[in-house]
Design a protein around this ligand. Sequence first.
Ligand code: NDP
Length: 253
Amino acid sequence: AAERLANKTILITGASAGIGQATALEYCAASNGKVKLVLLARRLEKLQELKNTIIKDYPETKVHIERLDVTETEKIRPFLENLPEDFKDIDILINNAGKALGSDKVGNINIEDIEGMIQTDVVALINFTQAILPLFKKKNSGDIVNLGSVAGREAYPTGSIYCGCKHFVRAFTQSLRKELVDTKIRVLEVAPGNVETEFSLVRYKGDADRAKKVYEGTVPLFADDIADLIVYTTSRKQNTVIAETLVFASNQA
Ligand code: NDP
């Protein structure tokens, strides 16, 4: 894997926490620091901390951090166009930024939360994909990894919008993979079950007690378990496409 990852440039959306952050670290570990990372999120200070950690452990890793709200559609193409020369030639796009906002019956979900989920989980993922495709097509290579979810396999009550968004991610990934089947561009979906990250805190809008309860009595997956899979799927030989990976914690039904 280290050889196949060497010198790759990897763009991770939502790298300031959780799965995105763990994925950045895992790419460094798996390549012995021989990757270039483009890391973005809204909390620049968290990205700076991550960059410091990476550079301390892997001095040869090149890291570019930038504050970008992925829902600001008009900023995505300029962001890619204005990347420093050294980071422009992206090889792997990880569409990771995503969220659930609240958990409620359809009639009670407010429009801000609905739009927040659709903008982040769906529209931003489409925008990044569209923006990267010309580069990948030009060089006839590149991996796009979309973070789906078990919520994209089976919908549960009070999760209608989030489940809908993640069903979209699966469908979009499948469709694009088939569209690009005659190219060397790979389109992959990693769909986790319950992972202990800031996800529940965001979902319950900072209510730490409620967020904590989500993981009570279970052994959830951790961000580095998912990071490990993302790195695994993108470091297979070119002839292998792990199109979908559904991952459960061992005790999640
Ligand atoms: P976290 O809440 O821990 O991390 C989410 C990341 O996305 C943060 O870095 C956050 O950074 C970033 N982000 C959120 N909104 C934006 C935005 N508008 N612009 C830029 N960055 C943004 O969640 P996870 O790591 O758990 O989730 C990552 C992905 O995995 C998501 O797509 C989620 O749906 C999926 N997933 C998670 C599961 C879980 O149980 N945790 C299960 C299945 C799928 P910042 O706030 O700094 O912008």
